[in-house]
Structure formats: C-alpha cells, structure tokens
Design a protein around this ligand. Sequence first.
Ligand code: NAP
Length: 249
Amino acid sequence: MGRLSERVAIVTGGAGGIGAAVARLLASEGADVVIADVRDAEGARLAAELGGRARGLSLDVSSEDGWRRTVAEVERDLGPVSVLVNNAGIAEWGSMEDQSLASFRRVVDVNLQGPWLGMRAVAPSLRRAGGGVIVNISSLAGLTSYAGIGSYAASKWGLRGLTKTAALELAPDGVRVCSVHPGAIRTPMTAGFGDAYTSGQPIPRFGEPEEVARMVLFIIADATFSTGTEFVLDGGILAGQPAVVTSDD
Ligand code: NAP
C-alpha cells in the first residue's frame, strides 16, 4: 500500500519536466494520477506508462470551461479529487519596456489565472473528498526576481499570495495549500541554459525534477501542520552571496 492510495491527484503540466516527475512519484505512492496538459500525446503516453487508473486529459489551465470539464470527468470516472498540483507554467522573457502586452497576458493567464481557476474548480471536489492538499508550483522568482522576467516574476509572486489566501479560505474544509519555489531545475523550460547559469550557487548545479517531486510528496504526505507555507529548493541562492569580505588585520 502506497502512502497515497485512495487519493485522486490532478497534476497540471504533467506531461513533461517537473510535472512528469511529480506524476510518476505520486503514482508510485498509489495515487490515481490525472495528467492535465496541453500536450495530449505526451500526457497519454505517460499515463499508459504509469498504468493503473492513471490518465491523460487535455487541459489548457487558463480556460474556465476546460477546468469545469476536467473536474467533472475526473469525479465521474475516479471520484472526488483530493490532490491538486498546479504545475503548468510558461516563461516568456523581455524587459518591462520590451515585452508586448500580449506576451505579458499570456504568462499571467497560464501561471496565475490558471491556478486560480484550478483551485476554484477543484474546491467543491476537495470538500467531497473530506479534505486534501493543493500544491502550487511557484518559483524562486516568486520570492525574488531577475531583470527581464517581469511577467513571470509577477505571476509567481501572485501565485504565492494566492496560495496564502486559499490556505486561509480552505482551512475549515481540511484543505492545506502550499507553494513550492524551485530555483534552476533541468527541464525543457531551461534547456537553453548552460552550466554557467548555476555555477555561482552554493550548490553549483541544476536541480533535478525528481528533487522537486520529492518535496511535493513531502508536502502532501508529511507536512500535515503546514499550510500557506513556502517550500524553497534553490541550491542555496537565498542564503546570500559568497564571502567577499577580506581583512588586513
Ligand atoms: P516544462 O518543462 O515547460 O513543462 C511544463 C508543461 O506544462 C509542458 O508540458 C507545457 O506544455 C505545459 N503547459 C504549458 N502551458 C500550459 C497550459 N496553458 N495548460 C496546461 N499545460 C500547459 O516546465 P517545467 O520546467 O517542468 O516547469 C514546471 C513548473 O515549474 C512551471 O510552473 C515553472 O514555472 C515552474 N518552475 C520551473 C523552474 C525550472 O527551472 N524549470 C524553476 C522554477 C519554477 P508546452 O511545453 O507545450 O508549453
């Protein structure tokens, strides 16, 4: 018996990268995993690999109708949802003055509106399940920022705030809501980043999707006294700068 048997989990953006690692780990712990992604073929392939009652569903997380259909289908076939991992996300670069409004909106629609719609759509199902857990995949850019990623940082800071509001609103129903803040993780999203990108970190490497997945599982299965909380895995970046102070004494 896995630690998540009898649980029905929706993982958005679960067809690749971090989401696929989360889907694999939750399934290995006995959850019925629904991979909800715009990449239908990859989602279906992964669901087949996971076996059991795993399935891939086509979902654009920025669509309210899409969420309504998804939750209805999952409830009908698998029962009430007790875990939601809002993982789907996109990054589009550009300085505040250079990025187009359309690009800014695309990023916010997927990264912030998407989880907001997801939490609203799934909340009644979580109540029917008798409680559950929502994990929102924010970013290190939801705790700090870098030049040239304004829309991404805004969406991820927003998701962090939304997480706390949802935690307060859903606590009476036995639902915990936490955010996860990864630094650089080796996925298709960071495929173009060289090793120099992480060489200045206290832990000078990219994180692996499986490391994020283990933190997500920890939040779901073990962090039973945490809600509205940020969980950081950043290779030590937030610890500060490497020592630069010298003394002549
Ligand atoms: P990824 O490899 O690009 O995977 C994301 C998945 O979500 C892809 O299958 C993607 O499809 C899908 N997706 C995109 N838009 C969607 C939508 N509207 N509805 C449903 N699915 C959608 O990304 P990742 O690196 O695994 O990132 C996963 C999450 O972690 C994101 O929220 C990201 O912001 C966050 N994160 C990543 C890192 C990192 O270093 N990788 C660091 C911090 C936070 P397409 O490929 O077709 O877009």
